[in-house]
Ligand binder design. Structure first.
Ligand code: NG6
Ligand code: CA
Length: 509
């Protein structure tokens, strides 16, 4: 941090000598960069080799090493749907019910016409796309019409183009949605999806485990597609089914097309990878390559995908004019429903980077995620220790692009573009972390963290063997106590009360 402070002081001084310091700094019309947001799934800080991970990730490491490495950046929740909801809307997902992990046939969670991160870019003249995992519901009150026009969806909230995994790789239907239709669907073989009773006669993991190439461990015993049983039942749509092994390549290919087709128009690409979520089925060229089992193999594949995007930007002569943000929707998980030996083969690879807990957890590994900013004007090789929340991307980019943030629609998004761009260490006062079961904790910018008492189980009940962080006693930790070992709640009752009050104030806001 000392190095950061010296450098920022130098920049400040140089800036002062050349022109008055402009803390509102917007991007000028002639130097607006493209923005690529690489949003990975279930990736821990320690999964990256620069942070001690044992699986080489040279392309991702470059973004951290030659950009800003945020050590205290947070997703809003320890699972996917609420993190993504908050990221795109600037509103904490827990403000209303029904925004937990969404079923594969959930209806659209974000209202049409609402201001979103994507609409901020669109309003500023950017071409916008989401390519990859969606998991924010599609369609009206009855859910998506898989055999017709699937609307509303991303095209109604600021994206010009969409190429989607509708929910997750482990949820049916296992088909891509291109813009507002299932890709490659044969109308004579319509899709039926159910999250209740079985539909059709396709085998299930429960009835026909002998057909599985990947065995389930908990849940995930319903319709089998491509040798993998999923959450939910489906039938039909044979010509539209994806091959899990090809998902990463397909998402990269679609991203390349979008980048090439954007011409001279600035673009915003929300590149939402499937990796490293379950089922972890890498392309054949990566299978068995990491020495750490399928979880390691998909980390190699993810790094390759990032490298391919960087290469393509370079080939299109856009690398110098593209700001890249790399982060994750929640922390790491090992057994998340399939027998892929993620625990057994982990060896000395610490996916959490020394943090406690993991995906689903109120402990830090649930939401403190890798986060890098790389690109034009970004200081190289800096470390940013100030707390930063993904929920602030909306207001921060709105500010940089001369747009206003709709405070009714995005009440929790704050403008911290100077922190984002490495020009300031004045971050937000505190942030709220959402764990499973809606337990909310508070991280304060003075280095303390408070988890209120709750009566949930201490270990995630359905099988991932992760500590939830839930306790009937209040918990207070310092962030420097990375593994949240020493509970200071009794020793520091005033600090505990102060953070409890701040958390309540955000909830009541
Ligand atoms: C859980 C699934 C898990 C994963 C998660 C969502 C079971 C037993 N577990 O319910 O496998 O799909 O939901 O992950 O079904 S997320 O990263 O999209 O939030
Ligand atoms: Ca996730």
């Amino acid at each position: 941090m000392a190095q950061y402070k010296n450098l920022s002081a130098l920049f400040f001084l140089l800036g002062f000598l050349l022109k008055p310091y402009d803390s509102s700094a917007q991007w000028g019309k002639d130097n607006i960069p493209n923005v690529v947001l690489i949003y990975t799934d279930d990736l821990g800080y320690g999964d990256l080799s620069f942070a001690g991970g044992k699986i080489p990730t040279p392309n991702i490491d470059k973004l951290f090493g030659e950009g800003i490495n945020f050590t205290h950046a947070y997703s809003s929740a320890a699972t996917c749907t609420p993190s993504r909801y908050s990221l795109l809307t600037g509103e904490y997902a827990w403000r209303s019910k029904g925004r937990g992990v969404a079923r594969g046939n959930a209806s659209a969670l974000i209202d049409s016409g609402r201001q979103t991160l994507a609409s901020v870019f669109k309003e500023a003249g950017f071409k916008t796309a989401v390519i990859g995992k969606w998991h924010l519901g599609l369609g009206g009150a009855d859910g998506p019409d898989w055999n017709g026009v699937i609307s509303p969806g991303p095209l109604d909230i600021g994206f010009d183009e969409a190429f989607l995994i509708p929910a997750t790789g482990d949820r049916v239907p296992t088909v891509f949605v291109k813009n507002d239709r299932v890709l490659n669907l044969d109308p004579s073989d319509p899709i039926t999806v159910s999250y209740g009773e079985k539909v059709g006669d396709w085998p299930t993991g429960k009835e026909n485990p002998e057909l599985l190439t990947t065995m389930y461990s908990h849940g995930h015993d319903q319709t089998i597609v491509n040798g993998v049983s999923r959450i939910g039942y489906m039938t039909g749509g044979k010509s539209a089914l994806w091959r899990d092994e090809d998902i990463s390549d397909r998402l990269v290919e679609e991203s390349r097309k979008f980048i090439s087709n954007s011409g001279n128009q600035p673009f915003f690409l929300y590149f939402s990878t499937h990796d490293i979520h379950v089922p972890r089925i890498a392309h054949e060229r990566w299978q068995g390559r990491s020495g750490f089992g399928p979880r390691g193999d998909v980390i190699l594949q993810l790094d390759e995908a990032v490298g391919m995007i960087l290469n393509h930007l370079e080939k299109e002569k856009k690398l110098d004019s593209t700001l890249i943000i790399f982060t994750s929707d929640n922390g790491p998980v090992w057994d998340d429903g399939y027998v892929d030996l993620a625990f057994e083969l982990i060896g000395d690879h610490d996916a959490t980077g020394g943090l406690r807990g993991g995906k689903y957890s109120a402990f830090e590994a649930g939401t403190r995620v890798p986060f890098a900013v790389f690109g034009p004007g970004i200081p190289k090789g800096e470390t940013q220790e100030t707390i930063f929340s993904q929920i602030d991307l909306l207001a921060s980019f709105a500010s940089l692009l001369g747009q206003s943030t709709d405070v009714n629609s995005a009440p929790d998004s704050e403008d911290h573009h100077l922190v984002l761009l490495g020009k300031s260490e004045e971050g937000r006062e505190g942030l709220v972390q959402e764990a499973i079961s809606g337990v909310l904790s508070y991280v304060s910018n003075d280095g303390f963290k408070y988890i209120p008492p709750s009566n949930g189980a201490a270990i995630v009940p359905w099988g991932p063997k992760i500590e939830t962080g839930f306790s009937e006693k209040p918990q207070l930790y310092t962030l420097s106590d990375k593994r949240e070992v020493e509970n200071l709640a009794d020793k520091m009752p005033e600090k505990r009360a102060e953070l409890a009050k701040k958390l309540q104030a955000v909830i009541d806001q």
